[in-house]
Design a protein. Structure first.
Length: 164
């Protein structure tokens, strides 16, 4: 009897963990703001029919900033190889919006920046650790997801994009 309870306990733990880390397979119907303060429906990110890289970041996350800088450095070369866009979603709270704008202006990142001040988009995508990157195909399906950043990870992103 104690073995069955033990197994049941482990099954519950595994199920709970799988539920917590399961990735979103499609973009949710969430609204966020752009840097101008305009409301953006997340679903509209796919309107132009090209694959989209969505990465969640904050201004205090050093790996996040390294990832965005690496993407910025590769942007022009990558655009010659494959048509896609990058959307960097700041998960900083409302108090940090000015800091986000300063970061973006200073770094001259060439991609779309969105503000998820209430972290609704982050929660809907089951993001618990940042940076967290998703590649969404032209049909709106999540085809790749990655947590964290190490220099060189961007090569895998390009590889996945070329395969779409």
């Amino acid at each position: 009897m104690s073995i069955d309870v033990y197994r049941l306990g482990w099954l519950c733990v595994i199920w709970l963990f799988a539920t917590m880390v399961s990735a979103q397979t499609r973009l949710p119907a969430i609204q966020v703001n752009n840097l101008k303060g305009e409301t953006v429906n997340v679903g509209s990110l796919l309107d132009d029919g090209v694959p989209t890289v969505i990465t969640f970041w904050t201004t205090v996350c050093k790996p996040c900033l390294q990832e965005l800088d690496a993407f910025s450095e590769q942007w022009e070369d990558w655009q010659r190889e494959v048509k896609f866009k990058i959307v960097a979603v700041s998960a900083d709270d409302a108090r940090s919006v000015t800091k986000v704008r300063t970061f973006v202006a200073t770094n001259e990142w060439p991609f779309t920046i969105l503000l998820d001040q209430n972290q609704d988009f982050k929660r809907a995508m089951n993001v618990s650790v940042i940076p967290h990157l998703f590649i969404i195909d032209a049909k709106g399906s999540v085809v790749y997801s990655h947590i964290g950043y190490n220099p060189g990870n961007e090569a895998k992103v390009l590889e996945v994009l070329k395969g779409l």
